[in-house]
Design a binder for this molecule. Structure first.
Ligand code: UGA
Length: 436
């Protein structure tokens, strides 16, 4: 199949590379000339395990190329995917400016039947608006179909998620479009679920909101664990063993961040309110998430007494491990809150340092190039992102370098017993220790 993908961000780029990998001819279109040139020169602007090899291999095989011309993409492909950002307005509702613009641009260059697929996360009924827009701007009345095909990939394992999806959701009422979509996804050998466009759009917001709900649920349970001396890790294992619940997304911690959950939950709330059917449960999901960070800072304050002038080491700045993405990271919020309270923060992240510096996200923290350097003379070590390599650090060396052996593990990465044996005072999230 000949496919073009408009938007070369996380979703667009990984989707394009994976489609090429299974044998399709893919054109990635982006209106950012600098990004297109970077990609054409073989540099991948984001860190995502496996992506660089995938892009290089498929570019070399001439199955993947990059352009800034939407006309090139539309005229040389049967199916056009839209994968542009859908950022939030200040009230949480979704800004659909980019989607609308791409719809107009496609309409202007559309000369024969094409399938236009929305992959971006959009409010229910956006597909109808995209179709109306294309119809309005296309002067020659070309036939086309608009399909919703939400993406469920997670950053950090995006290639794996795309190559082996749990399910592929295709929202369309057109048999012609469905046949083309099935051909695209056939090589992935995943279960295909066909729905109408509105249901497919809703599946995405409902799925992300449910996952965020699971996280807030276990975080709320972690508060009760701290009040009673129970261990949230054991509770999560116990409830997660029930197949109806499942263990995934029950990791208590500092709460969810990133460029999807906070935005999508706010969007789903806004959508429900616009429809006159407010989804208040999701407001509590947001509140619990926000309180996790506040509670963690309080725990630090309660133990260290005064945060001003304290030397604090923070490990982890990305919004989750295995990515260099620092957008909407709870770890970044934490560092900035500690700096605001006058603490001297020294921070380290295995992959996120370049982006933190480039975006100037932690202006008052000292950024260092190793976890060891971060803890020198520190009065407490804080784990803000659960990078697995942190577990394998030499903790006797860490203890020797620190002024006072305190660990605040915001992601329950470390084993409390082992840390106590090393001589640390260890505080996790909901791990048997009553709140101070
Ligand atoms: C999320 C969804 O998992 C994907 O299915 C979806 O496609 C994507 O959003 C999207 O809408 O594009 P992502 O944001 O990349 O993916 O990362 P997640 O692994 O879901 O993590 C999100 C946040 O939740 C992170 O801050 C993570 O630390 C936090 N989290 C996750 C927890 O606090 N506890 C958990 O048990 C799981």
């Amino acid at each position: 199949m000949e496919i073009s993908i408009v938007g070369s961000g996380y979703v667009g780029l990984v989707t394009g590379a994976c489609f090429a990998e299974v044998g399709h001819d893919v054109i990635c279109v982006d209106n950012d000339d600098r990004k297109v040139k970077t990609l054409q020169s073989g540099i991948i602007p984001i860190y995502e395990p496996g992506l660089e090899e995938l892009v290089h291999r498929n570019v070399a095989a001439r199955r993947l190329r990059f352009t800034n011309s939407i006309e090139d993409g539309v005229s040389n492909s049967q199916v056009i995917f839209i994968a542009v950002p859908t950022p939030p307005h200040s009230d949480g509702s979704v800004d659909l400016t980019y989607i609308e613009r791409v719809a107009r641009e496609i309409a202007n260059v559309l000369k024969s039947y094409r399938v236009i697929v929305d992959k971006s996360t959009v409010p229910v009924k956006t597909g109808q608006k995209v179709a109306d827009t294309i119809r309005r701007y296309n002067k020659i009345g070309v036939e086309f179909d608009v399909v919703s095909n939400p993406e469920f990939l997670r950053e950090g394992c995006a290639v794996e998620d795309l190559m082996h999806p749990d399910r592929v959701v295709i929202g369309t009422n057109s048999e012609r479009a469905l046949a083309l979509m099935r051909t695209i996804y056939e090589p992935f050998m995943a279960p295909v679920m066909v729905t109408d466009v509105n249901s497919a759009e809703l599946i995405k917001h409902a799925a992300n909101s449910f996952l965020a709900l699971k996280i807030s649920y276990i975080n709320a349970v972690s508060v009760i664990c701290e009040a009673t001396g129970a261990d949230v890790e054991k509770v999560a294992a116990g409830i997660g063993a029930d197949k109806r619940i499942g263990r995934s997304f029950l990791n208590a911690g500092l709460g969810y961040g990133g460029s999807c959950f906070p935005k999508d939950i706010a969007a789903f709330i806004a959508i429900s309110e616009q429809l006159g059917t407010p989804f208040n449960l999701l407001k509590e999901v947001q509140r619990i998430n926000q309180r996790q960070l506040e509670r963690f800072v309080k725990k630090l304050r309660d133990t260290l007494w005064v945060l001003k002038d304290k030397r604090l080491a923070v490990w982890g700045l990305t919004f989750k491990p295995d990515t260099d993405d620092v957008r909407n990271s709870v770890a970044v919020d934490l560092v900035n809150e500690l700096c605001r309270e006058g603490a001297h923060v020294t921070a380290y992240d295995p992959k996120g340092m370049a982006k933190i510096r480039e975006l100037k996200l932690c202006p008052d923290a000292r950024l260092v190039s190793s976890p060891i350097e971060a803890v020198r003379d520190a009065e407490a070590l804080i784990i803000a992102t659960e990078w697995p390599q942190f577990e394998n650090t030499d903790f006797s060396e860490i203890k020797r370098l620190m002024q006072t052996p305190l660990i605040f593990d915001g992601r329950n990465l470390l084993d409390p017993k082992t840390m106590t044996e090393f001589g640390f005072q260890y505080y996790g999230i909901g791990r048997g220790l009553p709140a101070a």
